[in-house]
Design a protein around this ligand. Structure first.
Ligand SMILES: Cc1cc2nc3c(=O)[nH]c(=O)nc-3n(C[C@H](O)[C@H](O)[C@H](O)COP(=O)(O)OP(=O)(O)OC[C@H]3O[C@@H](n4cnc5c(N)ncnc54)[C@H](O)[C@@H]3O)c2cc1C
Length: 397
């Protein structure tokens, strides 16, 4: 992974020294861009220039040590979970793993209770001692059936009724998205299950673990290839007409690529406030959620739970959702999906460029899904290069 300068990139692949164009320019060194860069270089011998406008690799999964030497995730907690063995196999070439099952507590009515809502949550919040069957009946008696489930509000009220919806979902969602759940696609709250047993794991995937030496280290191993030149702190606009390349893979925001010609695709952003505290531990689990609308942050993350690091101090981050800033979350509303479709059609009619990743395809994807999307693109390119274009559909998972 030679890290190079813009002048060197203009001269072409650094291992050739002969002004050849790059086979691929890849924009964005997050999961999408880095996985496809690795595959094209190592699998197909392609010369790749991978760029990022940030001064580091790993995209939003970037982790680093703070001033006290405690490993933190600069862009909020990233927990790896997947059901796909092939994704684990692929990433395991570049990292060892630390077993980790994620647990989250919610601060509600002066209680700290498990979220997703489970038997413990219900018993603690309502001062009851129900068993699983009783909890099922309890929820069924509160559920308010919604005939046509369209929005995020419908999903929750249909399942658990208005009181629990107000306590756990309404305030949190309004803070997180700047919209009422009644204005958001059903997919947002559908992701959060409700349980009547005592399972308090946030995810139930087969594989739940963290890269043993962190995400950035895993990316360093992935990109450690002589055919991958890496140019950081450089925006695509700077290299666009100055570097020679045959094909472009773009993992930045698709609307930005087309100069917002149909208007801006809305994204939700986040502000992180990182703090190091002079104590070994702040909270019992990695993440505590704050659904209360009067509290400005949505959650507090304590990173040592994720990394297992032993340290006399601890590091945390507060998360404040906001409208302006880095594009983090595509906002799932029908009109945004329509707008994205227009950009996607334009993309289909723009030769030489492929859009990839969460920003390139304007969809909330977990890390494993983005890896799956990049590997699917690789299969398609491999088939085309081998003169055997199979219809490999570009999709996640
Ligand atoms: C707060 C938060 C928490 C998350 N938690 C989890 C989790 O627990 N588990 C999970 O599986 N997933 C999680 N995710 C999702 C995860 O971050 C994404 O799936 C993953 O980062 C997507 O990878 P990507 O390469 O598509 O995008 P990114 O990681 O965003 O990478 C895109 C890169 O492109 C660069 N770029 C954009 N435009 C340009 C340009 N014009 N020129 C140069 N560079 C450019 C950006 O700087 C960025 O580095 C979380 C996301 C967020 C925001």
């Amino acid at each position: 992974m030679p890290a190079i300068t813009l002048e060197e990139a203009i001269d072409g692949p650094s291992h050739l020294h002969d002004n050849q164009p790059y086979d691929y320019l890849i924009v964005g060194a997050g999961f999408a861009g880095s996985v496809i860069a690795e595959r094209l270089a190592a699998g197909l011998g392609q010369n790749v220039l991978l760029i990022d406008r940030r001064e580091h690799i790993a995209g939003n999964a970037y982790d680093c040590k703070d001033a006290a030497g405690i490993m933190i995730h600069r862009y909020g907690p990233h927990i790896f979970h997947t059901n796909a063995q092939r994704i684990v196999d692929y990433l395991s070439q570049f990292t060892e793993w630390r077993p980790y099952e994620h647990r989250v507590l919610a601060s509600v009515d002066e209680h700290l209770v498990p979220i997703p809502i489970n038997l413990t949550t219900l018993n603690e919040l309502f001062g009851l001692s129900m068993n699983e069957e009783q909890a099922q009946a309890f929820l069924a008696s509160r559920a308010e059936p919604v005939a046509n489930i369209r929005t995020s509000e419908d999903v929750v009220i249909n399942q658990i009724g208005r009181e629990l919806y107000e306590k756990f979902f309404r305030g949190y969602t309004r803070k997180q998205w700047g919209l009422d759940p009644s204005e958001l696609d059903r997919s947002v709250t559908s992701r959060v299950p409700t349980r009547t047993n005592t399972d308090d794991r946030y995810f139930t995937d087969t594989f739940q673990m963290m890269p043993a030496q962190g995400y950035t280290h895993m990316f360093e191993q992935m990109l450690d290839h002589s055919r991958i030149d890496l140019l950081l702190a450089t925006d695509f606009n700077v290299v666009r007409d100055r570097v020679q390349y045959k094909q472009l893979i773009y993992c930045g925001p698709i609307d930005e690529f087309f100069d917002h010609c149909f208007g801006k695709l809305p994204y939700r952003s986040l502000r992180f406030q990182h703090e190091t505290l002079p104590q070994t531990q702040l909270q019992d689990v990695a993440v505590v959620n704050f659904p209360d609308p009067a509290v400005p942050h949505t959650r507090i993350t304590e990173y040592k739970h994720l990394t297992g690091q032993i340290h006399a101090h601890t590091s945390i981050s507060y998360e404040f959702p906001c409208a302006e800033g880095e594009p983090y979350y595509p906002i799932p509303r029908p009109e945004n999906a329509e707008l994205y479709k227009r950009y996607n059609t334009l993309a289909d009619n723009t030769p030489g460029v492929t859009f990839l990743g969460r920003l390139g395809t304007y969809k909330y994807y977990n890390m494993d899904q983005v890896v799956g999307q990049a590997l699917a693109l690789y299969q398609r390119i491999e088939a085309e290069l081998q003169g055997n274009p199979r219809a490999v559909k570009l999709e996640a998972g």
